[in-house]
Ligand binder design. Structure first.
Ligand SMILES: Cc1ncc(COP(=O)(O)O)c(C=O)c1O
Length: 361
């Protein structure tokens, strides 16, 4: 994984710091508008992390003790921690072993009268089965939260991720497609939720409040300090100039690997025809991943699992569920090989050749 560094980053940051307005302001407003246009949804609220966008989603849904949230354990800790902290009970659904994404059939089986939300993750950028999940949510009147940390510019049936569920959370963390060092966005289905989220990200105060003083306004609902600042936002604006080229490279590299990797010991995760993955990860399943990982390292190729089954963490011991067999299968075999914007044609040929020559244990 590499951090994309736009060429003018030093100058741009200097100008923000010289202006004295280093926190929320002109640049964070501009970046919010540009990002909203890019996603195609004006109800976009920038934050300081995807994790905190997920916290805001939990607050907007009104989760509390006694509620249930159906989620996937095959993800970053950041997906589930915010919901666990609301006091609601997490109920883990199984995943599709071909993609790593939450399985709608398993979600259906886990729904109860207490279910308030379904949380899904577009693993590696590959969109989940959104039609099926949204239909279940509609039938049971529950909210859908999408963790789209890997899925910037992914599309589902021709529509960009950010225009389906009730809340869609993006990450601008260091090694994501678009990085501001740290940062994130919460994209809401309803304008009302976006207006409330804009207040909640800054203690509960409206930054645009027009009065003799901003301090004259009441705080009817206390929020958080989750806003994006000008320092990160100006980096985001610079990154936006390159983002399509970077994502194109991820998609083209993944297509190359998909076409050319052929080895019975290395199972490439499935790509579905009605959706485009932004290919943040290129996930494969192997029988002995440590052996595979060492073999790749010996050939100069870095690989990583990225995230592990969250049920490995003792903080989630109350949620253990032996029936999640696909989750265990996937977690045991998962390895991600490089597919990012930094790879040259030579790198791609080398990776393909090394993977194709892998002989297993
Ligand atoms: C799936 C997923 N969700 C959430 C996060 C957390 O993002 P952030 O660091 O922006 O809070 C990550 C970061 O790696 C992630 O991969």
């Amino acid at each position: 994984m590499k951090v994309h560094s736009p060429p003018n980053i030093g100058e741009t940051l200097q100008s923000v710091w010289d202006s004295g307005f280093v926190t929320e302001g002109e640049y964070s407003d501009r970046f919010e508008k540009e990002f909203a246009d890019y996603i195609g949804n004006p109800n976009t609220v920038l934050t300081n992390a995807c994790t905190n966008s997920l916290v805001l989603a939990g607050r907007l849904i009104g989760l509390r003790e006694g509620d249930e949230v159906i989620s996937t354990a095959m993800t970053c800790m950041a997906t589930n921690g915010p919901f666990h902290n609301t006091g609601a009970k997490l109920v883990f659904a199984d995943i599709d072993p071909e993609t790593g994404n939450i399985d709608p059939e398993s979600v259906k089986q886990k729904i109860t009268e207490r279910t308030k939300a379904i949380v899904l993750v577009h693993w590696g950028g590959q969109p989940c089965d959104l039609d099926e999940i949204l239909a279940i949510a509609k039938e049971h009147n529950v909210k859908v939260v999408e963790d789209a940390a890997h899925a910037l510019r992914s599309t589902y049936k021709g529509v960009r991720i950010g225009n389906h569920g009730d809340f869609v959370c993006f990450s601008f963390q260091a090694v994501k497609h678009l990085t501001t060092a740290d940062g994130g966005a919460l994209v809401c289905k309803s304008e009302e939720d976006a207006i409330r989220a804009r207040k909640l990200r800054w203690f509960g105060l409206d930054r645009k409040f027009k009065c003799s003083s901003r301090w004259d306004q009441d705080i009817p609902e206390y929020g958080f300090k989750f806003h994006m600042n000008n320092t990160n936002a100006v980096v985001g604006l610079e990154q936006m100039k390159y983002i399509d080229g970077l994502i194109d490279s991820h998609i083209e590299n993944a297509a190359f690997l998909r076409k050319n990797i052929s080895n019975p010991h290395v199972k490439v995760t499935k790509s579905k025809a009605d959706r485009v993955s932004a290919s943040w990860l290129f996930s494969v399943l192997v029988e002995d991943k440590e052996h595979f990982r060492n073999y790749l390292a010996d050939n100069g190729i870095a690989s990583d699992q990225a995230h592990v089954n969250n049920l490995r963490y003792s903080v989630f011991k109350e949620y253990q569920d032996e029936s999640l067999t696909n989750l265990k299968y996937f977690d045991k075999r998962l390895m991600n090989i490089p597919c990012g914007w930094w790879l040259s044609e030579g790198d791609l040929n080398h990776i393909t050749q090394v993977v194709n020559n892998y002989e297993g244990l």
